[in-house]
Design a protein around this ligand. Structure first.
Ligand code: ADP
Ligand code: MG
Length: 250
């Protein structure tokens, strides 16, 4: 689905991503691991259009998508989750979900005005979809809760839920497990697996928790110092000498 060819992203003279090449297969849950500072988040940001590459190419289903803006990638079904924006924290969980397609439609005042007769109907459909998403993620009980009051793990589920309000094909998750308790991390893992199996989502997941990576991800790609160091099953990665050295060396 995604091919990254010799990608570079430099900051001044510093090579955060230094010639990374990798493939994300359609239908996979691909893990991306590596020591802090390896360039994982920068790689995600370049693939998702948040940062332009210094050089190199990103190809999605045969089409060169290098340097496209996030909203263009969003329309192609390539999504990167973000922490909930501060201004959404006073809205309810359901409202947060209902906001997603509107943002995608690129609505102008004019077309809102032209379509106002249909808005009630559309709102009902959106509400129904939001409730289905919450049920899928097993967080229906917080639908009317303010998003700002959710626990860290519930916020992660809501971020995942936002991708379900549109037709995502591939979702990039950066450190899903950070600050999330064990139980909710399990729930998030289950949601990822079900989205993969039942909805055909492809995932690329950055996570430090190797139990989580080992349970979910195949293959696992290891980055160090801006380059891809190894790729394979979680088990083979853990026994790879270069990988062990990269972790011990930092
Ligand atoms: P990881 O996610 O693997 O921990 P990052 O991609 O966040 O690594 O960072 C890789 C390196 O690039 C780090 O040394 C970081 O300090 C540097 N870096 C990241 N973003 C910037 C930036 N905007 N300006 C300068 N250096 C950056
Ligand atoms: Mg990072």
């Amino acid at each position: 689905m995604i091919q990254v060819h010799d990608l570079h992203r430099h900051f001044g003279g510093f090579r955060a991503v230094d010639g990374a090449s990798l493939t994300i297969e359609t239908g996979s849950i691909t893990g991306l691991i590596g020591p802090n500072g390896a360039g994982k988040s920068t790689l995600f940001n370049v693939i998702a259009g948040v940062l332009p590459p210094t050089s190199g190419r990103v190809v999605m289903d045969g089409e060169d998508i290098s340097g496209l803006a996030p909203h263009e990638l969003f329309h192609k079904g390539l999504l990167r989750t973000f922490q909930l924006a501060h201004e959404f924290s006073s809205m309810t969980v359901r409202e947060n979900l209902m906001m997603v397609p509107g943002a995608q439609a690129g609505e102008t005042l004019l077309n809102t005005w032209l379509r106002r007769g249909r808005i009630r109907e559309e709102e009902r459909a959106l509400r129904k979809k939001a409730d289905e998403v919450l049920e899928f993620l097993t967080i229906s009980h917080v639908a009317d809760e303010k998003a700002g009051n959710l626990s860290g793990g519930q916020k992660k589920l809501l971020e995942l839920g936002r991708t379900m309000m549109v037709d995502a094909k591939i979702v990039f998750l950066d450190e899903v497990g950070a600050g999330v308790n064990r139980t909710l991390l399990g729930t998030i893992g289950d949601a990822i697996v079900r989205l993969n199996k039942e909805r055909g989502y492809t995932f690329c997941v950055i996570e430090h928790d190797m139990d989580f990576i080992g349970r979910l991800c195949d293959p696992v790609i290891v980055m160090a110092q801006g380059k891809v160091l190894a790729q394979g099953s979680a088990d083979s990665i853990m026994q790879n000498e270069a990988v062990i050295e990269a972790y011990l060396g930092t």
